[in-house]
Design a binder for this molecule. Structure first.
Ligand code: GSH
Length: 193
């Protein structure tokens, strides 16, 4: 497995996932501009990261890659059995993070300096979606089945960008959750690398 990685981007969540799995892997750290050069455009037609090569070919989209890694390494215990209700909840939260939480963050990241109305709408939509996570975490440490799963990795990875952009004030359960997920040795190792 090889990860094509630009630190401080969505490829960091795949890096974290690879550390959670704990098997050997390779990382190609790229400069931001390399994403739009022909070798990387051959891996991802839009010139984005993350991309992995899993031995059979390239795969892009961070959440898809993390689900693939969780499913293909069941001994890591990061995903419940296929066909169970808990597996459905993992899909629910992974797609929720990518489609309900991340969009508002991207609006603020892209338009924060140039379009106040669009930024405000993005922040409002993110915070409305984050309230659902805040409520879900009342009295529990992780989103599905009482243990850390790939759903937590994706939700925490997305919410971490919210923290970075100052969008998370006033969500104590989420703050405690991010402290827990950030303290995981695998997350620490990925950050340190
Ligand atoms: N939905 C994709 C988004 C990938 C993405 O937008 N990556 C950014 C870094 S966070 C990127 O490489 N952008 C370069 C570009 O779009 O030119 C995923 O989750 O993998």
């Amino acid at each position: 497995m090889r990860l094509y990685h630009v630190p401080g981007t969505r490829s960091s969540r795949v890096h974290w996932m690879l550390e959670e799995i704990g098997k050997p892997y390779d990382v190609t750290v790229m400069a931001r501009e390399e994403r739009h050069e022909p070798p990387h455009l051959a891996r991802h037609p839009l010139g984005r990261v993350p991309v992995v090569h899993d031995g059979d070919g390239h795969v892009f989209e961070s959440a898809g890659i993390c689900l693939h890694l969780a499913e293909s390494n069941p001994e890591a215990g990061l995903i419940p059995a296929a066909g169970t209700h808990d597996r459905a909840l993992v899909y629910q939260w992974v797609f929720y993070a990518m489609l309900e939480l991340e969009l508002g963050i991207v609006e603020k990241y892209v338009y924060g300096e140039t379009d106040a109305a669009r930024t405000a709408a993005g922040v409002a939509s993110y915070r409305k979606a984050l309230q659902v996570i805040e409520d879900e975490l009342a009295g529990k440490e992780y989103l599905v089945g009482g243990t850390f799963s790939v759903a937590d990795l994706i939700v925490a990875g997305v919410c971490g960008f919210g923290v970075y952009l100052g969008m998370n004030d006033g969500f104590p359960n989420v703050a405690a959750y991010l402290e827990r997920t950030n303290a995981r040795p695998a997350q620490q190792r990925a950050n340190a690398a």
